[in-house]
Ligand binder design. Structure first.
Ligand code: SAM
Length: 275
């Protein structure tokens, strides 16, 4: 059976007696028009390697395989193994399935030295920790195309001054170009979640800050946004307060939400020698 001959996703789920499990954050995209759109936004094709987290019944996986890309799919819920094995056969060797927790996998080892694009309709419960792992960890994806709860997507792309601007925006934009590229209403999913979703596309910057600077940035944004209504001189007290602001040339009477990503990076650079 080829990819085009596979039964509709709903039939595959029924044939395998599979129902969504809340504990795994399972909300499926069964409409191939939507999954094809995500695959198009990911911009992948023949010769590319994709790491997909949480293939579940494989709707997005099918769309990614249709582009000609090779896919390594990491799924925690073993119930999907037989269904994904059928998909792997239909894909003629371009799909490898790993039954594992994506928080624990070593993506660099999976990719074996090849550049890899990360594409996922993320499980809500681990979406943010996974993103932070890819933004700051030793493995740098070629690109990331990720479906989040809309509110999280907005926090990733928020600009200074916006209420959604915080740690996630600073970390994401210090390491990547980030854009919200698609919205999906709750009714697009089976079962529908309580909130709408959106896809964010992230392209790592060639001048991505090195690991120690990212560590400092995480410490700093935690302190600064932990007390976002306070002036930096008091919000940043535990990490150097006024002296740190002076070293970075930042007015200590400003509030965290007004600082640009470049200003946070200047503070992080000043924090490293202080610590
Ligand atoms: N990709 C499918 C789709 O779009 O229909 C399913 C998306 S569903 C929102 C999230 C998927 O991630 C589920 O298949 C779930 O079992 C899986 N998952 C949840 N936690 C995971 C983890 N820690 N590691 C790997 N997969 C996980």
């Amino acid at each position: 059976m080829s990819l085009a001959q596979l039964p509709p996703l709903r039939e595959s789920l029924e044939a395998h007696g599979l129902l969504a499990k809340k504990s795994f954050g399972q909300h499926f995209l069964l409409d191939l028009n939507i999954t094809r759109k995500i695959a198009r936004l990911a911009g992948v094709g023949a010769g590319d390697l994709v790491i997909e987290v949480g293939p579940g019944p494989g709707g997005l996986t099918r769309a990614l395989l249709e582009t000609g890309a090779e896919v390594i799919a990491v799924e925690k819920d073993e119930r999907f193994a037989p269904l994904l094995d059928e998909l792997a056969v239909a894909a003629g060797g371009r799909l490898t399935v790993r039954l594992a927790d994506a928080l624990e996998v070593d993506e660099a080892a999976l990719a074996a030295g090849r550049p890899a694009h990360v594409v996922s309709n993320l499980p809500y419960n681990v979406g943010t920790p996974l993103l932070i792992k890819w933004l700051t960890g030793p493995f740098t994806p070629a690109t990331l195309t990720l479906m989040f709860q809309k509110e999280v997507a907005q926090r990733i792309v928020a600009r200074p001054g916006a209420s959604a601007y915080g740690r996630l925006a600073v970390l994401a934009q210090a390491t990547c170009e980030a854009a919200l590229v698609m919205e999906a209403p709750a009714r697009a999913f089976t079962p529908p979640p309580k909130v709408d979703s959106a896809v964010v596309r992230l392209t790592p910057r060639p001048d991505r800050p090195p690991g120690p600077l990212l560590d400092a940035l995480q410490t700093l944004t935690q302190a600064a946004f932990g007390q976002r209504r306070k002036m930096l001189r008091s919000g940043l007290k535990p990490v150097g307060g006024e002296a740190l602001c002076a070293a970075a040339g930042i007015d200590p009477s400003r509030r965290a939400e007004t600082l640009t990503v470049a200003e946070f990076l200047a503070l992080a650079a000043a924090l490293r020698p202080v610590r």
